[in-house]
Design a protein around this ligand. Structure first.
Ligand SMILES: [Cu+2]
Length: 284
């Protein structure tokens, strides 16, 4: 029986490595396991980090799988005269090594990811205002709720959470080639704002005000997903993100201002220049 187990332990990392290489090279059916092409200027850094850690994990899996398989095969009970498997309670040198190596790897990862984390989560983009560098104000206040997304655009005053905010549900339109800062809040439970193409994921926690930012160099029309299990309707908690040329974005916001109705009076109307037929909030 132990020989069978040793073969199984050999097979697991081999199978994992083969599927990993197939996914990496876009081979069916594992091609779908890859992240979609990046739309964000930060994509290259994040993908480099993601793939680097993935390769490291594959090497570790291969090493541990092979080690377990070898030990099961080599120290089989049939190789012992008394018919029992070899047994020892501990080995200080071995335990030191298998603690030290993961420790070194984790310290390495802590430094390796520092720049990517800092750029994407800590250091918010800045804007020059009257010659003074200031954090870029949020373009949109995103409110997550069971089970949809509200987008409150800064009105003429350029600030969110003021009386002239423009409210849209299920559709986020942003300009291409600019730093877009989002202010994220929740109306009820914990949600998570996720756009795989932007490599952007941020938990949205009740009572907290969080900021997320991105800069896309391409126009696009993609899904916004919730990746926190937030209730029975979690599966349908989607919205649409459209990244458009700056001129088109201006036309869109101007159109919102012209047609805007307070949310309590009626649903905000959409300008005709942007199709919202497949906006997440309506589609579901
Ligand atoms: Cu949710």
């Amino acid at each position: 029986m132990s020989r069978l187990w040793s073969l199984i332990f050999y097979c697991v990392p081999v199978f994992a490595t083969v599927t990993f290489l197939m996914a990496l090279n876009g081979v069916w059916p594992f091609a779908a396991c890859q992240m979609p092409p990046s739309l964000s200027t930060a994509g290259e850094t994040i993908d480099g980090l993601f793939n680097g850690i993935h390769v490291l994990a594959v090497v570790i899996l291969l090493g541990t799988g092979a080690a377990i398989g070898y030990v099961l095969w080599r120290f089989d009970h049939r190789r012992n005269p008394d018919g029992k498997a070899q047994y020892f309670s501990h080995n200080t040198a071995l335990e030191f090594v298998w603690t030290l190596i993961p420790g070194i790897i984790l310290v390495f990862l802590a430094f390796y990811q520092m720049n990517a984390w800092s750029e994407n989560k800590m250091v918010r983009p800045t804007t020059m205002v009257s010659g003074i560098e200031q954090p870029t104000p949020p373009l949109v206040l995103v409110k997550a709720k069971q089970f949809g997304w509200e987008f409150h655009y800064a009105g003429a005053d350029g600030m969110v959470e003021t009386a002239d905010d423009l409210y849209v549900e299920g559709l986020l339109v942003v300009p291409r080639g600019q730093d877009v800062v989002l202010q994220l809040e929740s109306r009820d439970v914990i949600h998570s704002f996720f756009v795989p193409e932007l490599r952007l994921k941020q938990d949205v926690v009740p009572g907290m005000r969080q900021f997320a930012w991105f800069n896309s160099n391409q126009t696009a029309d993609v899904d916004i997903l919730c990746t926190e299990l937030c209730g029975w309707g979690h599966y349908k908690m989607k919205a649409r993100l459209q990244i458009v040329e700056p001129a088109e974005f201006k036309t869109y916001v101007d159109g919102l201002e012209a047609t805007y109705q307070p949310p309590l009076a009626s649903a905000a109307k959409q300008p005709s220049s942007i199709s919202v037929a497949d906006a997440g909030g309506k589609r579901d």
